[in-house]
Each structure stands twice: as structure tokens, then as C-alpha cells.
Design a protein around this ligand. Structure first.
Ligand SMILES: [Fe+2]
Length: 209
């Protein structure tokens, strides 16, 4: 699907484009490289995981809310709670990187990041339209697109950037409750062995990463 379905292919290209510029031997004393790193953290944390993930996950959880696909719905609920931790980690990394290197926090760089989020939102809306060619089983394409606008603006504000659609309303307050409450049920907190250690990646080339 990454190669055959155009809307998925474009999302994949968007997510990998920025990271392809990064290499582990990058000179991080160079302000342009600092920007590349910050932009990469922003793309993965706030655009991809923080905004685009919420399109598909929201649709699956919308079905679960109607008692359909209960098992996979529960799996996605746990996954999305885990993602909310990743988003916050990426947000903190980004904020620290900027506050320690204020020379990169220029109006031009801020504008570049907002434009990047704009592209992420457009790609996700195309994908949602592919998934929901007609509004049926209680899933409405316009509402999901508005939800993406709403989530994207929360991510932008979270890192001190201006929202794209000020005042946009969350059409799915139930989804925030599904994701945010009862975090003590998050079983990922007790088991983090799934992640590879950095040492295991030492022999892997940057291109393979
Ligand atoms: Fe994640």
C-alpha cells in the first residue's frame, strides 16, 4: 500500500523526506543543521504521530464506539495512549532544542514549520477521503477533516506556533475522553522491552534506518 495507494504513498514520502537529510555524523554546531534536526523532531512528533495518526485511529475508534471491531479498537486505544507519550517526549525535545538554540527560532523557520504542518494536514485529509468515500456507519468525512484541523492546531500551539484555524471546534469530544482518561491502564508503562537499544543499531546504515 505504501507503493500502490497514492494517498498513502504521499504520506510516506512526507514522513521520510526530512529524515533523509539527517545523518548521524551531522555537524550540530551548524545552525542550518540544528534547524534540520528540529524540523525532523517536529515532523515526527507533531505532524505524523501528533496529527496524522489521529485520522486512522479516530476512524477505528469511531467504529469501536458503535460496538464494531471491538478487539482492534481496544488495541488502537492502547496504541494511541502510547503515542500521546511519544508526542509529549518529542514536544519536550523540540522545546529544549529551541530554547537552547534561540538563533534558529526565526520568523522564517516558524513559518516553515507551520507550512509543514499545513502539508501534513492536507495529506491526511486526502487519506481520510480515500477511507471514507461516502459518509456511512456513523463516520462523516467532513467531521474527521475538521478533527484533523483541531488536532493540528493543538500541536502547533503546543510548540509555540500560531494555529492554522483559530477557534476550530473539536467535533469529537468523546475521542479525547477515549484517549486521555484512565492512563493508569496503560500497560506500556510496565513493559518497554520492545524498543531496540541504540547499540543494536550501530551496525545499521543510515539509509536502512
Ligand atoms: Fe509513536
Amino acid at each position: 500500500m505504501f507503493e500502490q495507494i497514492p494517498t498513502i504513498k504521499r504520506k510516506n514520502e512526507f514522513a521520510t523526506r526530512t529524515s533523509h537529510e539527517l545523518r548521524r555524523d551531522i555537524d550540530l554546531t551548524d545552525p542550518e543543521n540544528k534547524k534540520k534536526l528540529a524540523r525532523n523532531i517536529f515532523v515526527f512528533g507533531q505532524c505524523m504521530e501528533g496529527t496524522q495518526f489521529y485520522g486512522l485511529f479516530g476512524m477505528i475508534l469511531g467504529l469501536r464506539r458503535q460496538k464494531k471491531f471491538q478487539g482492534i479498537g481496544e488495541m488502537f486505544q492502547y496504541t494511541l495512549r502510547d503515542e500521546s507519550n511519544h508526542i509529549e517526549v518529542f514536544r519536550n525535545l523540540f522545546m529544549d532544542l529551541v530554547s537552547e538554540n534561540m538563533e534558529i527560532w526565526t520568523p522564517e523557520f516558524k513559518e516553515e514549520l507551520v507550512e509543514t504542518m499545513k502539508e501534513a494536514v492536507a495529506l491526511e485529509k486526502e487519506f481520510i477521503s480515500d477511507c471514507l468515500p461516502v459518509s456511512a456507519v456513523g463516520l462523516n468525512v467532513d467531521e474527521f477533516c475538521q478533527y484533523i484541523d483541531y488536532i493540528a492546531d493543538r500541536r502547533l500551539e503546543g510548540v509555540g506556533l500560531n494555529p492554522l484555524n483559530p477557534g476550530v471546534r473539536n467535533p469529537f469530544p468523546w475521542l479525547a475522553e477515549t484517549i486521555d482518561i484512565k492512563k493508569e491502564q496503560n500497560f506500556f508503562e510496565t513493559k518497554v522491552t520492545e524498543y531496540q537499544k541504540a547499540s543494536a543499531l550501530a551496525a545499521v546504515s543510515d539509509d536502512d534506518l
